[in-house]
Design a protein around this ligand. Structure first.
Ligand code: SF4
Length: 335
């Protein structure tokens, strides 16, 4: 099994807001333990507003007020040694983000400047990351990388509006991976695309990962995308991971009631029955219910669910679940 490259320990990150003199805490990341491995695609799934994107920000050492890490740690394995992100200076964090990590956002237009050609964005990116002074050298590097990824190098001459949405997102992925980062963090990179284009973008991410043998941490609410790309999946609900397993197992044997809803809501080829969606709405992260946060929506709720959060239970070697319904070996607190 590949070594852990990115790990969190009891991570808590809240938005701390001052509203008319009262402090409000939005508990977006609430006691999360992750161990993401080298050379894997780790998917994080859950409804909008469950804290997925905030978790990515804390993983990417991009925490800025009002977001604060309240407790816990994030560790990276760099050159064989584990590095605690909290111990890094602001400049070291910036270097980490520049050299070790790449971030692929949801919309390409937050990366591409609409009034500049793609090649100008590539040049700015390379110059800000590396001491490459020769213009020719910069464009050779960009062209080589695009060809490696099966993209036409002539797109360097285009303006963003001359490309389709899918091609713009491919260009963004190519840009993010140009300097061969060890970890790629993708925040809903396929969300704004139709399903056919989405497929091409997912395939490109897979190709990048198998070529660079790096790690991808991918957030999306779309379980279909996770089914296509992820090696392992963490299911997030109300700021917590409530189930984690290899992707194949999550789809074959989901154990948490919330995971089952997410999977049952997926359309199936030839099945015309109405898909079942999760009843009710997600709780406010500023005012979480006591006990298991899913209990107001759960059809299996018991008294104990309203009082305390269950521990993680290991139901298979690489499969853990936090639910009072599940029986197995205790695997650490998820409170
Ligand atoms: Fe439902 Fe209880 Fe399990 Fe939460 S702990 S998912 S409320 S059965």
């Amino acid at each position: 099994m590949d070594a852990t490259i990115l790990r969190t320990e009891r991570l808590q990150a809240f938005y701390v807001l001052d509203i008319y003199g009262k402090t409000k805490r939005i508990k977006a990341v609430n006691h999360i333990d992750l161990a993401i491995r080298e050379n894997e695609i780790y998917g994080i799934a859950g409804e909008s507003g469950c804290g997925k994107s905030t978790l990515l920000k804390t993983l990417a050492a991009a925490v800025e007020p009002p977001l604060r890490v309240i407790d816990g740690k994030v560790f990276y394995r760099i050159n064989g040694a584990e590095v605690d992100v909290a111990a890094l200076s602001a400049e070291e964090k910036r270097q980490l983000r520049m050299t070790y990590l790449a971030y692929v956002p949801q919309g390409s237009m937050s990366v591409l400047n609409p009034v500049r050609r793609i090649r100008d964005t590539y040049r700015d990116f390379i110059e800000s990351h590396r001491d490459v002074r020769q213009k020719g050298e910069i464009f050779d590097l960009a062209r080589e990388h695009l060809v490696e990824l099966g993209l036409p190098p002539k797109i360097l001459d285009a303006y963003p509006h001359q490309l389709s949405g899918g091609m713009r997102q491919r260009v963004t992925i190519a840009l993010a991976t140009l300097l061969k980062p060890r970890i790629i963090i993708g925040d809903e990179p396929t969300t704004a695309l139709d399903v056919v284009v989405q497929r091409g973008v997912v395939q490109l991410l897979k190709d990048v990962q198998s070529r660079l043998r790096n790690t991808i941490v991918l957030v999306t609410h779309d379980m279909g995308v996770h089914a296509n790309i992820a090696d392992r999946i963490g299911i997030m609900y109300a700021g917590k991971i409530v189930e984690e397993a290899p992707a194949e197992r999550i789809f074959r044997a989901p154990s948490h009631p919330y995971t089952r809803y997410l999977i049952n809501s997926l359309p199936r080829f030839g099945d015309k029955t109405v898909r079942e969606s999760v009843p009710g709405s997600p709780p406010s992260l500023a005012n979480l219910p006591a006990g298991c946060p899913f209990h107001p929506r759960c059809p299996h709720v018991m008294d104990v669910c309203k009082q305390s959060m269950p521990e993680f239970i290991r139901v298979a070697p690489d499969h853990k679940v936090a639910c009072w319904l599940v029986e197995g070996e205790g695997y650490g607190k998820s409170t």
